[in-house]
Design a protein. Structure first.
Length: 127
């Protein structure tokens, strides 16, 4: 094997984008030199999620909006039933009808969310 053709293997310090440092061995630079990274797992979209996080946040906001609408509908219906029902029997019948319509609304919202997730999950890819 030829002598003096291999690079020197020595200790260097690596500085991450957030300023933290660690020591490792490398053939880069010279002994105890600091390698400052411009891109690392702390800042690069491949590790942080980038586009996927934004899409997930949009999905969460859409879900919160739909959930809010469902609860508004529920509160409005409850008040409507209390105001319209004059006897206990009417109240019980109205409540039963309300439960059925409320469950249908929940099913509809759930389907909308599932469609939204399917549509958006097929458009996500790691760049």
């Amino acid at each position: 094997m030829k002598k003096n053709i291999h690079p020197k293997y020595h200790n260097i310090k690596v500085e991450m984008t957030d300023g933290t440092q660690f020591e490792t061995k490398s053939t880069w630079g010279s002994e105890n030199e600091i390698l400052k990274l411009e891109i690392d797992p702390i800042s690069h979209a491949a590790w942080t999620g980038g586009k996927q996080k934004k899409e997930l946040q949009e999905l969460k906001e859409k879900f919160k909006e739909l959930k809010s609408l469902v609860y508004q509908y529920k509160d409005n219906k409850e008040n409507e039933i209390k105001n319209l029902s004059s006897t206990q029997e009417e109240l019980e019948n109205d409540i039963e009808n309300y439960k059925i319509s409320y469950e249908n609304l929940i099913d509809k919202v759930t389907l909308e969310i599932e469609d939204f997730v399917k549509k958006n999950s097929t458009n996500t890819s790691v760049s």
